[in-house]
Design a protein. Sequence first.
Length: 97
Amino acid sequence: MEINLTDSFLNCLMISMIVSVVVMALIEKFKTIDFLKNNNHIFLLNLIFSFVIGINFSIIFYNMNINEGIWISIFSFIGAPSIYDGIKKIKNNKNNT
């Protein structure tokens, strides 16, 4: 079975990877605040940052419409924790060896 991916979908994925990195960096900076130690707080912060930054980033820098901006935000919301967990696993593996 052949899967056809549209250029629009691939563009959204590429832009969401950029937004995910930015969101991950911001979350790391905000994790130093004392009242953000709970995982629920970090989850909510990730959700807010993904949508605020994702929609604005896609509209301002890539001239996309709001619908594509929402999809980029969803992809970056899913991607940012995955990137963070991957880095955390790599860091733990290096410390254990």
